[in-house]
Design a protein around this ligand. Structure first.
Ligand code: ATP
Length: 357
């Protein structure tokens, strides 16, 4: 297992700076996701790790080895991209064997290793098929076997599941995690799909305009975004503007147009001061609805303006003064009387994230 260290990496394409002095350490054996809006630099970072781009400044280390200027084929990375790019005229086994033949591995060893790689992705029985005789998910498993068979130092995956339908994506993301952990492979995974990142990553980085905004475990990033852009990018949230009226170590009280809230600081390293304008981020599932007011703080009074019933959850538009707040209720009970009367929605202080930037 190796770590991957990115130090002060800058990559430009003409006038566009795709990566700005980026620093990042991916731990040995970690399944690490790169996430962010289109054009933020995810693919550029991954391709720089693979060796397809040579950065203008900075270093890339695999373990202690500086690979910044090493040719792609000398880095020994396993790669898997959006399109499976299997050779259509070759059988599954021949596709998987290709990388080993290039490396002039003896024939007996190739046969054994191809068999093992196909078994590891549960495709042992399909060795003689041609790619066009396989489903999308099966082709993607073969692409994974092909990446694994060379015994790579790390695995680099660029939107590997985006061509698959929703059900197969679910199945394959669990499969990719299983394989990465079984092979103890440091893996970097680029995706647009936040559910994919939240459900299978050990940690993730959120990028914007070639810079890293936040690195953390899925729960850290979801529950404690450090900035508005992160809170907005991951999951749904409402932003409420307010002014700080009191501050403790990691928490503060904020006065807003819809009431007073106790909350936690998104970034305790950069605390606001009393009187400062801040933004609260409250996720729709954090509100609790009730007919009576539970507490004077962290509670709003409103009426339901509209709702979407989805079975296990109802999504309400809660009209609070001149605002509309999104409120999700699991096991919905308030839908039946939704058009009638006033309701209270309460949120725990740990679910109110106070953001400065
Ligand atoms: P997406 O999610 O849409 O794939 P991304 O986050 O992977 O986006 P990159 O492909 O890394 O983003 O692109 C980062 C920036 O660099 C973008 O502004 C893009 O237009 C630019 N860029 C990427 N590759 C090239 C290239 N070969 N030539 C010129 N500009 C490029």
């Amino acid at each position: 297992m190796i770590s991957i260290k990115i130090q002060q990496l800058t990559k430009r394409f003409g006038a566009v700076t795709a990566l700005h002095q980026l620093d990042l350490t991916i731990e040995p054996g970690e399944l690490f996701f790169l996430l962010g809006p289109s054009g933020c630099g995810k693919t550029t970072l991954l391709r720089s790790m693979a060796g397809f781009y040579i950065p203008e400044e900075g270093k890339i280390l695999f373990g202690d080895e500086d690979v910044t200027r090493l040719a792609p084929h000398k880095r020994n990375t396993g790669m898997m991209f959006q399109s499976y790019a299997l050779w259509p005229h070759m059988s599954v086994a021949e596709n998987v064997a290709f990388g080993l033949e290039e490396r002039r591995v003896p024939k007996d060893e190739i046969r054994r290793r191809v068999g093992e790689a196909l078994e590891s992705v549960r495709m042992g029985n399909y060795a003689d098929r041609k790619p066009n005789q396989l489903s999308g998910g099966q082709q993607q498993r073969v692409a994974l076997a092909r990446a694994l068979v060379i015994r790579p130092r790390c695995l680099l995956l660029d939107e590997p599941l985006s061509n698959l339908d929703a059900k197969l994506r679910l199945e394959m993301r669990t499969e990719i995690r299983r394989v990465c952990k079984e092979f103890k492979l440091t893996t970097v995974y680029v995706t647009h799909d936040q559910k994919e990142a939240l459900s299978v990553s050990d940690r993730m980085a959120i990028l914007e305009s070639g810079r890293i905004l936040q690195v953390g475990t899925p729960r850290e990033v979801y529950k404690r975004p450090t900035r508005k852009t992160v809170a907005h990018f991951i999951g749904e949230t409402d932003f409420i503007a307010g002014k700080v009226t009191g501050i403790l170590k990691d928490s503060a009280t904020v006065e807003t147009a819809i009431g007073r809230f106790d909350g936690v600081l998104g970034d305790p390293t950069c605390p606001p001061v009393v009187g400062q304008e801040v933004t609260l981020s409250i996720r729709p599932e954090c509100w609790e609805l009730s007919h009576v007011q539970q507490t004077p703080q962290n509670s709003v009074r409103g009426t339901i303006g509209g709702f979407v019933y989805l079975g296990e959850v109802a999504q309400y538009d809660l009209m609070v003064r001149d605002r509309v707040l999104k409120v999700f209720e699991r096991n919905p009970r308030f839908v039946d009387g939704a058009s009638r009367g006033e309701l209270f929605a309460t949120v725990a202080p740990e679910d109110v994230v106070i953001l400065v930037g």
